[in-house]
Ligand binder design. Sequence first.
Ligand code: PGA
Length: 252
Amino acid sequence: MRTPYIAGNWKMNLAPSEARAYASSLAEAVKAAKPDCRVMIAPSFVSLPGVIEAVKGSGITVAAQNMADHLAGAYTGEVSPEMLKDIGVETVILGHSERRQYYGETDEIINGKVLLALSLKMEVVLCVGETLEEREGGELETVLERQLRVGLKDVQPDEMKAITIAYEPVWAIGTGRTATPEDADAAHRFIRETVAAMYSEDIANNLIIQYGGSVKPSNVRALMEKENIDGALVGGASLKLDDFLPIITFSK
Ligand code: PGA
C-alpha cells in the first residue's frame, strides 16, 4: 500500500513572515480536514525555522528545496544538510528542473547530494523529467532512465525507502499545461519499471512517485486516480490555502 504524498514547493515565494502566517493557517486546516495523505511543504531556507514552528503538531513535513553537496567548509552562499538537520529538517527536494536548468546541476552533482542526504538519514524527493524538445525527439525514456540511473547511483536497496521520485515534465511546470493523466501514468510506469530493474519489484512497488507540473484543484483527482501516480509536487497552486487545501483533500 502506497500512502498518497502531496507536497508544496513554494520556490522563491513568500517572505518569512508571510510563509509563517500561511503555514499556521495550513496547519489548522490540515488538522481539521484530516487528509488521507502525507503533506509536505518546502519553503525557502530563510523561512524554514518559522514554518517548522508554525506547523508543529499538525503532522506536516517541512522540507528544504535544495542543499549543498558538502557538509561544511568554504562554499560561500550554500546551506549544508547538517545545518538543515540542526533546525529539524529531515527531508529535501533534489534535482528540481529549475536547479538543473538555471543553476547547472548535473545528474552527477545531484547524485552526490542524494548520497550525502541519505548518509545523514534524510529523506529525498528526487525530481526527474524531460524537456519539450526531449519529449518531441522521442527521448522521454532515455532521459528518465539516465536521470534515475545516475541520480540513484550507489544508493543501496535498503535506502530506497527514504526516496520519493517526482516526475515533473519540464514543459508542464508553471505553464498551466498539465500532462494528461494517461501520459503522466505512462511515464510513472516507466519509472517504476526502471526502479524494478535497478533494485527489485518489491522496492518498485513500494516507491512513491509524485507527479508535478501545473497540478491544481481541477486536475488533481484525475491524476491521482491513475495506478502509478501516488502524489503530487505542487508549485504555483501550493501558495494559497484556497488552492492547496482542495488538492490535499482530493479524496474527500
Ligand atoms: P507548478 O510547479 O505546479 O507551478 O507547475 C511544479 C514544480 O515545479 O514543482
